[in-house]
Structures are given as structure tokens and as C-alpha cells.
Design a protein around this ligand. Sequence first.
Ligand code: HEM
Length: 282
Amino acid sequence: MNDRSTALADPIADDALTRPFTGASPYDSYVHASVLNSMQQPLTDAPDEMGFLVTTQVMELWFTLIVHEWRTARVAFAKDDLPAAMDALTRSRRALTALNGSWAPIAALTPAQFNGFRAAFGKASGFQSAMYRHLEFLLGDKSAGLLRSHRGDPAVHEALSETYREPSLYDEVLGFLHRQGLHVPMRVRERDVTQPYASDPGVVDVWREIYAGPQHHPHLALGELLTDIAELVTRWRFEHVLVVRRAMGSKPGSAGSSGLAWLEQRAARPVFPELWEVRGDV
Ligand code: HEM
């Protein structure tokens, strides 16, 4: 055979690769690709609906991974296992970067394109995403009202109630820093963790010690990793606002909010507030 016919030969002539499986392939048994790929059921023939549905499903999966990593990090902080916590947070940072990249297929929907399928999904809205709420509760952004909205679905409500009652990832970070000898005020350590976390001047002092101290304070890398995470969450929220503004302007949302104005307010909520405040006074 000359070089050209070698290049054109069937690359998969090896018997081991083409031997039929008995039943589902090991890949499908592990990944459940056939289940996953059977869950895209657009309600219209509008050309943009499939991209909208798949993007939303993909984001749900990234939420699941991020929540998983933050839970892993939370357990590690509670055990004072900083390396395991940093590893989980680093993996979550990569997942957040992928999440934010997932806007691309729907980032430039025109109102007419969005209108092509909007009426069909009725009152459905990402606002009702339970996994996104787990993610926000883990950040410390607790809300009894947003938990209550899931009451109609007992299994979902129970799982979310657990995340609501537990300390957030940030609560565990602060507990860890306190045990490391940095003074986190008792009012913060013993706070009611079902309340939304609010900035505390004593915690600003803790981060000031880390940020203003020697160049390589041992916990500077932790502060920066948390800041990356806070920034990526905020970027997701603002990207969402931009996508909404392009696709539907200032029309009301399908879940019943005022739409854009409501989302802009939500996007402005600080994530790990003291990490941003400290930058102004170091
Ligand atoms: C054309 C695309 C989109 C539009 C026009 C849109 C619109 C909106 C609007 C208006 C709201 C406010 C609540 C309401 O009244 O419905 C909302 C909330 C929300 N959306 Fe979207 N959305 C889009 C894409 C997505 C995607 C792909 C996701 C991914 C899962 C998503 C997740 C969310 C979440 C989590 C909230 C709640 C935010 C919060 O509680 O602060 N959205 N969306």
C-alpha cells in the first residue's frame, strides 16, 4: 500500500474494537448517554429551542458538579484538611469557568427567536431551579422564602431544607480560619446559619491580616481562590442579565418577577462580601 491508501484505510479494523457488545455498551452503562440524550424534548419547531433546552440542561449539570465540590470542600474545612479543601475549590473554579462558557449557544437570541418558543414553556423559569438554590445556600445566601417555594415537591424541598439548615461553605471557611488562630468574632461563629450571611467588620479584620501581612501569608492563596469563585459566580449572574436583556428586554419574567430589574438586583448581591471590602483598605 502506498502512503495515501494507508491513510484512507478503515481506521477501526481491529476486531477488539468492533466486536458487538452484549446489551448496552460499557460506556452507556456508565455514562447513561442514552438516558441523557433522550431528555431533550422541545415543545415547538422553533429552530432556537433545542439550543435553549440543551444549554439549560448543561448548566444544571454544572450546578450539580459545583455543589458537589463545595460540599467536599465544606467537609474538608470542618476537618481542618486545607489541601483537600483547596483541591475541591480548584476543581469548582474550573467547573465555574465551563459553566460560564456554556452561555455561548444562546447568548445572542433576538426577541423574535426567543418568542418562537417562549409561550410554549409557560411559567417555567430557571428561578425554579432547585440545584441553583443549593448553590446559593452553600455560598451563604440563604432565603426562607425561596426554600418555601419548593414545598409542593417534598423530595426536592427536603433536600434543599438540609442545605438551608447546614452551615454554608463560607461559614466553614471562617470556622477553619478561627481554629488557625485568626480571630473570627463569636457572633459570626455562632450565628444562625439559616439567615443570609451579612458582612461583618470582624471578618474584614481577619482578611486584612491575611492580605496586608507578609507577602506569602499561608492563607492568601485561600483568599484568592475564594475571590476567583466569587467573581465567577458574579460573572454568571451578569452574563445571565445580558442574555435576558438581548432576548426579552424589560418584559416581565415567566416565573412572575419584573424580569430584568429584578435580576439586576439579584446579580449585585455580594459573594463572600468581606473579601471585596478588604481590598479597599489594604
Ligand atoms: C433566553 C434565555 C433566558 C432568559 C430570557 C431568562 C430569563 C430569566 C428571568 C426573567 C428570570 C427572573 C425570574 C422570572 O421571573 O422568571 C430568570 C431567573 C433565573 N434564570 Fe434565567 N433566563 C434565561 C436563561 C437561563 C438559563 C440557560 C439558565 C440556566 C439554568 C437560567 C437560570 C436562571 C436562574 C437560576 C434564575 C434565578 C436567579 C435568582 O434567583 O437570582 N436562565 N431568568
